[in-house]
Design a protein around this ligand. Structure first.
Ligand SMILES: Cc1ncc(COP(=O)(O)O)c(C=O)c1O
Length: 304
């Protein structure tokens, strides 16, 4: 992780990283009127080349968010795609990058202001989860996941993150690595910034899209890889106590990648060690994001 980010793209222009600006009273800050994507670019160890993983899916989700937030004259998909690639190229990283692409209202106004819209794209180094191999100790939070008719759960709006933030701070204060959030009716939903999978009787179980989840790109990747590896999977409502009878539990997301959970509320998951299916899927994920397999070349956009 030797490189540092010196350049950021703001409204399509490359500028020094520390010189990006937005007014503190901008509606994007004052009312959290912003949507974003967290994206990763991975280095292929043989070619030394970076490619962005599932860029088109991230751009499509961002478009849905901008539409939902009724942004005026939002940046085009082509401009944002170019911004992502430029943010990586401009910094000439010699390792993987985490890319934050954010679109916000940069003018001042009221809660109902819908423009002027601005955007920023930053590629930075990011540590991988230190628990990728050892596993996470999680708790079930007393905070519930935002309900879809309170906040738009399937839109990646910055304001949604307040709930995950307080749940994470509480979990850490209580000595856990991360929280799992339930829906308002007590079913499993997801973690603070990652989706949730269980393994039961050799099959994957993940809370369905009707469980107030973010419709995660990584969750979709895991489901596709599982199908290709002959691992059955169910997307369905899932109970809290299933966490305690599961053979394996793991979290997945662009930032977290694929991380085993080894205890829930201090009860070990099975024998308290990362499970075999989890680690098999983690290896399959690693191969597909990095391009050490030829499979799914369509998911990798080369940064040239
Ligand atoms: C609340 C939430 N759920 C799930 C995820 C996983 O989504 P993705 O796989 O698209 O990164 C994220 C990712 O940041 C998230 O913030």
């Amino acid at each position: 992780m030797a490189w540092t980010a010196h350049t950021i793209i703001q409204n399509g222009k490359a500028i020094p990283f520390e010189e990006a600006r937005i007014h503190p009273l901008a509606v994007g800050v004052a009312y959290g009127a912003a949507v974003f994507e967290g994206i990763r670019a991975y280095m292929n160890p043989s070619t030394g080349r970076l490619s962005v993983f599932r860029l088109e899916e991230h751009l499509a989700r961002l478009d849905q968010g901008m539409k939902f937030l009724r942004f005026d004259d939002p940046p085009s998909r082509d401009a944002l795609r170019q911004g992502v690639l430029d943010s990586v190229r401009a910094n000439a990283p010699d390792d993987d990058c985490y890319i934050r692409l954010q679109v916000h209202i940069e003018s001042r106004g009221s809660q109902a202001t819908t423009g002027k819209v601005g955007w920023v794209c930053a590629a930075t180094p990011r540590e991988r989860s230190p628990q990728r191999e050892s596993g996470l100790s999680v708790c079930v939070s007393s905070w519930t996941r935002i309900a879809d008719n309170t906040m738009p759960a399937r839109v990646k709006a910055t304001a949604n993150y307040h709930a995950g933030r307080i749940a994470t701070l509480q979990a850490k204060a209580d000595g856990y690595d991360a929280p799992i959030l339930l829906t308002r009716d007590g079913k499993l939903s997801e973690a603070a910034a990652a989706c949730l999978f269980l393994v039961r009787d050799g099959a994957l179980v993940t809370p369905g899209r009707d469980s107030d989840i973010l419709e995660s790109v990584t969750r979709d990747t895991v489901l596709q890889l599982a199908a290709e590896h002959g691992i059955p999977a169910q997307e369905r409502r899932a109970d809290r106590t299933e966490l305690h009878v599961a053979d394996e539990v793991f979290l997945c997301g662009t930032g977290q990648e694929l991380v085993p959970v080894t205890s829930v509320d201090r009860l070990p998951v099975a024998d308290g060690r990362p499970g075999p299916l989890t680690m098999r899927l983690q290896a399959a994920y690693e191969a597909v994001v990095r391009g050490t397999t030829n499979a799914h070349a369509e998911w990798r956009t080369p940064v040239i």
